[in-house]
Each structure stands twice: as structure tokens, then as C-alpha cells.
Design a protein around this ligand. Structure first.
Ligand SMILES: NC(=O)c1ccc[n+]([C@@H]2O[C@H](COP(=O)([O-])OP(=O)(O)OC[C@H]3O[C@@H](n4cnc5c(N)ncnc54)[C@H](O)[C@@H]3O)[C@@H](O)[C@H]2O)c1
Ligand SMILES: N[C@@H](CCO)C(=O)O
Length: 353
């Protein structure tokens, strides 16, 4: 049985949910997946940082109601977040990066991933910034250092769109995609259809753990723009940068726009899409669109996301599932660790043969 030592960078909704899962599910994972997870360090801007080479008790971490700088009270703890020291020196096999997404330059998360990979540590992340802005560099760094860079949760939370498209649709030739790729905005549009005002609906999405730290990214389309870049670069072999994707959000939609659409048997949805053009270039866009109720994406409600992949050999394939949520996104991190574990097992089998 394998034990993976992990360090958590950021201890907000997602990494806290992962710690909660670790507190209860390690015996199940040991039995079914062949490994257990041991938290050896945590660093958070608000709470501080702590290293414990033998492991921290996940239940205590989750249940203690730490105040600002609260990790300073723990043995091996400090009231300051010292990400660089934790990432470079903690005895971790895997760095779990779940700090704020910075849609402009991906920092400081890009540096967090760089430090980890340069130290030969695997990275699993739900942070869209490093994936949309620096994936090529980070993948190369991972390869050069015998580590892995995994990021399933960067698009559609724990719904396995990236891995499924790359592994199980290999050879189907994806030519483009369109989808609902932001849980918050889709949830907000649904609540406005039910009569709520915009600000109250956004507040609800924040309470439910769907929204970004700054929900402007959700409602203005910046979050979807990063996801369009990630999917276009992964599935269409593009090298798009966020600023090359046209982007408008949902904040300009008034209650009367929503009601007018309903009266016309249609619904507003924030759609992210990309297409490979005849000359081989790839164009991406994000915009609010009025879809007729019989459109395949019109019935996708709440924080659920869906993406229709247009493939050469299979036609349209639609993947749907949770697009946001703390536990759902923590599952994405687990699925990345399963991928790392399976890759190790495959290498060991090859070496033994
Ligand atoms: N919540 C979701 O549904 C969801 C889904 C998919 C992806 N994501 C992404 O996962 C990441 C985490 O999401 P979350 O919901 O846990 O966010 P959150 O706002 O609840 O938590 C982020 C945590 O990171 C900490 N932090 C911020 N900057 C830091 C830094 N420089 N160093 C150390 N700690 C830092 C904050 O103090 C906070 O505790 C984000 O990048 C988000 O975009 C979230
Ligand atoms: N804020 C994002 C989280 C998932 O990336 C959303 O609502 O979709």
C-alpha cells in the first residue's frame, strides 16, 4: 500500500473539502485505490502555514475554527503563509494548489507550480490560471523533472471532461466545442428566471461555494474565457492566450431580458466555444446567448455544466456534470492523484517485465 504525502497550498473551500474527505475516506481509498493520503503541510494566505513531517490530523485541521494566523498556534506552525518554503522543503510527494485563480497572469500560482515541479514534486491543481496561461511551460518542467502536472478540476470541476476527451475520445478528432462552463453564472441565470434579482442570486452562489473570490470573473465571462483557452489548447492543439478570446458576460442582462426570453420559449446561457477554422487556426469566444428550449444546452440548470464536443468520427458528444462545488472539485484533485498513482503502477509493471 502506498502513502502519498501531500502539501496543501490554499486552505479554502476546495482544499478544506479534500481534507474532510481524507479524514473519513482513507480506509476506503486504501482498499479500493491502493493508496492513502497524508497531509504533511498546509499554507494559506489568511491562516498561515504549518509543516509536520509525520502528518497533520485532517479532522483537527477541518474542525478547528482557526482565526487569522491561526496555524501559528500549531506545532511547526507560523502565522504567515510561507508558500515557497513549504513547496520546496516540505516532505511532500504532491503539491495540491488551490489558491485564488488570477485571470491576468496566473500568479502566484504559476510560481507555486514551478517551484513544486522544479523540486521533482507532482502538482495537482484546480486553479485555472497556471493551466490557461503557462500549461506548456509547466508540462515541459514536469517532464524534465520526472513529475506530473494534473489539472482535471480546472474545467467543469470534478466532471472528467479533459481526461475523458483525451483518453477515451482519442482519435475521434475534436474540431470544436461549445458549452456552459461556469457554474455560478448558470446558477444566477436560473435564479433570475425564478424571479430573484442579480445581486441576491450572486450572493447565493457565493454561499454555496461556486463563485470565485471575486465573482466578477464569473459574471463577466473571464472564468469561462480561461476554460475556453484550456480546452482549446488541450483538445484542439491550439496555443490560444486569454486575450485572444472575445468575451462578454451576463451582467448586462436585465430581469426583463430574462422574462422576454422565457416568453419566447428560450433561455439565456453563457456559452464558451472554440472552433478550428479551415486554415487550421482556432477561434474562441465567450458570450451570453439566447437558446431555444429544444437546444441541447438549454436544459442544463444550476451549477451543472455541459460541453458538446464536435468530433469528426462521432459527431457531437456531450459531457454533463457538476461545474462547481467544494466537494465536487475536491474530487477532481482525487482523480488527479489516482492518475498519478496509476502512472506509477504502470511504470513499475513495465520495469518489472
Ligand atoms: N469552488 C469551486 O467550485 C471551484 C471549482 C473549480 C475550480 N476552482 C478553483 O479552485 C481554487 C480554489 O477554490 P476555492 O473555492 O477553494 O477558493 P476559496 O476562495 O474558498 O479558497 C482559496 C484559499 O486560498 C487562499 N489563498 C489565496 N491566495 C493565496 C496565496 N498566495 N497563498 C496561500 N494561500 C492563498 C485563501 O486564503 C483561501 O483560503 C480557485 O483557483 C478556484 O478558481 C474552484
Ligand atoms: N467559479 C467557478 C468555479 C469552477 O471553476 C464556477 O462557478 O464555475
Amino acid at each position: 500500500m502506498t502513502i502519498y504525502n501531500i502539501a496543501l497550498i490554499g486552505f479554502g473551500g476546495v482544499n478544506r473539502a479534500l481534507a474532510e474527505l481524507i479524514a473519513t475516506k482513507n480506509p476506503l481509498w486504501e482498499r479500493d485505490l491502493g493508496f492513502r493520503l497524508n497531509i504533511v503541510a498546509v499554507s494559506d494566505l489568511y491562516l498561515g502555514s504549518v509543516i509536520s513531517p509525520n502528518g497533520l490530523d485532517a479532522k483537527t485541521l477541518v474542525e478547528a475554527n482557526f482565526a487569522q494566523g491561526g496555524f501559528g498556534q500549531l506545532s511547526g506552525g507560523s502565522a504567515e503563509a510561507d508558500n515557497e518554503t513549504i513547496i520546496k522543503t516540505a516532505p511532500a510527494d504532491i503539491i495540491v494548489e488551490a489558491t485564488f485563480t488570477n485571470p491576468k497572469d496566473g500568479e502566484p500560482a504559476v510560481s507555486h507550480c514551478r517551484w513544486a515541479l522544479q523540486s521533482g514534486k507532482h502538482v495537482v491543481t484546480t486553479n485555472k490560471g497556471p493551466v490557461a496561461i503557462a500549461a506548456q511551460e509547466l508540462k515541459a518542467l514536469a517532464k524534465a523533472n520526472g513529475a506530473r502536472f494534473e489539472y482535471e478540476g480546472s474545467v467543469m470541476s470534478g466532471t472528467p471532461v479533459i481526461r475523458m476527451a483525451e483518453k477515451t475520445l482519442a482519435g475521434a478528432e475534436v474540431k470544436g466545442f461549445e458549452g456552459i462552463l461556469n457554474g455560478t453564472s448558470n446558477f444566477v441565470l436560473g435564479r433570475m428566471e425564478a424571479g430573484l434579482d442579480f445581486a441576491t442570486a450572486v450572493k447565493e452562489a457565493q454561499i454555496l461555494g461556486y463563485a470565485e473570490a471575486d465573482p466578477t470573473a464569473d459574471v463577466e465571462g473571464f472564468d469561462v474565457r480561461l476554460k475556453v483557452v484550456i480546452l482549446a489548447n488541450e483538445l484542439l492543439g491550439a496555443s490560444l492566450r486569454p486575450e485572444e478570446v472575445t468575451c462578454t458576460g451576463i451582467s448586462r442582462l436585465s430581469p426583463s431580458d430574462i422574462q422576454t426570453a422565457a416568453a419566447a420559449n428560450s433561455r439565456w446561457k453563457l456559452i464558451g466555444s472554440a472552433v478550428r477554422n479551415a486554415d487550421g487556426t482556432v477561434t474562441g469566444s465567450v458570450s451570453a446567448k439566447q437558446l431555444r428550449l429544444d437546444h441541447p444546452l438549454a436544459g442544463v440548470n444550476g451549477a451543472t455544466n455541459a460541453v458538446s464536443l464536435n468530433t469528426e468520427l462521432l459527431g457531437s458528444v456531450t459531457i454533463t456534470g457538476p461545474g462547481a462545488g467544494r466537494v465536487e472539485t475536491a474530487y477532481a484533485l482525487l482523480s488527479d492523484i489516482v492518475a498519478i498513482h496509476n502512472a506509477h503502477a504502470a511504470t513499475a509493471t513495465k520495469e518489472a517485465a
